[in-house]
Design a binder for this molecule. Structure first.
Ligand SMILES: NC(=O)c1ccc[n+]([C@@H]2O[C@H](COP(=O)([O-])OP(=O)(O)OC[C@H]3O[C@@H](n4cnc5c(N)ncnc54)[C@H](OP(=O)(O)O)[C@@H]3O)[C@@H](O)[C@H]2O)c1
Length: 232
């Protein structure tokens, strides 16, 4: 049945979201891709890949996206809430507007997207939600990651809240928590070479696996790291 399933992926224009879209497309998923500047990826077949102009700062966008995806495909089986921003400020130098900006994209928009698709995910019988958290949602590694961590702890909690709310409907939710992944976001933060960071394609393989697991193999959190740390 997996060839019939439909996934919505936010922030699919580049980085981790682009890699996830490609992997799920290759695995037979039909996709609705949320992008600020929609462009059909070169690998995509437009009968199977739908584009929606999605800005996580537009509070009406999620409901509209869900409606358009349902009118194109008739079902939604998975949400991959990937769009995210990182403002590298510590918790003292930052102000409320920095925190508001990260909470808006990293926590509030994913919640609205999943809530908007809730009935469809329940109808699927095996609805899946992957929230891109971060290892910054598990620990505060440095001062400069402090503010981002607040938002990613929130994103991890969101995934747990969805898992609890959706259990009886067959909805399973995972907080996916990587360390550095070789994308624009990480390159702006570290001098680490790409080949010493996690490859976005490996994150994409993990997402494909998480979406495929049966209801009886719920994965609440999945951490992945390119370097040794005490716990992760
Ligand atoms: N890279 C890492 O080391 C790392 C580690 C842990 C977790 N993560 C998380 O993984 C997710 C993907 O990160 P990435 O590394 O792929 O980042 P990236 O290369 O910076 O890409 C970010 C993606 O999010 C989209 N986006 C940003 N703001 C948006 C908005 N307001 N509305 C809609 N889309 C928006 C971007 O769209 P545009 O192309 O339009 O800008 C882009 O597609 C994020 O949630 C991030 O926090 C990343």
């Amino acid at each position: 049945m997996s060839e019939e399933r439909v996934a919505l992926i936010s922030g699919a224009s580049r980085g981790i979201g682009d890699a996830i879209a490609r992997a799920l497309g290759a695995a037979g998923w039909r996709l609705s891709l949320g992008m600020r500047s929609p462009q059909l990826p070169h690998w995509a077949d437009q009968d199977r890949v739908h584009l929606f102009e999605y800005d996580a700062n537009d509070r009406s966008a999620e409901a509209a996206w869900v409606e358009r995806a349902l009118s194109k495909f008739g079902r939604i089986d998975a949400i991959v809430a990937n769009a995210g921003i990182m403002i590298p400020k510590n918790v003292i130098e930052a102000d409320d507007s920095d925190l508001d900006a990260m909470l808006a994209v990293n926590v509030k928009a994913p919640r609205r997207l999943v809530a908007g698709a809730w009935d469809a995910l329940g109808k699927s019988g095996r609805g899946r939600v992957v929230i891109l958290g971060s290892l910054s949602g598990k620990r505060v590694k440095s001062a400069g990651a402090g503010l981002y961590s607040i938002s990613k702890f929130g994103a991890v909690a969101l995934a747990h809240g969805i898992r609890h709310a959706g259990w009886d409907l067959g909805i399973r939710a995972t907080a996916l928590c990587p360390g550095f992944v070789a994308t624009d976001m990480a390159r702006a933060l570290t001098d680490r070479a790409d080949d010493l960071m996690t490859d976005p394609e490996d994150i994409a393989r993990i997402v494909a696996m998480l979406l495929d697991l049966p209801n009886e193999a719920s994965v609440a959190e999945f951490t992945v790291n390119c370097q040794l740390e005490e716990l992760y």
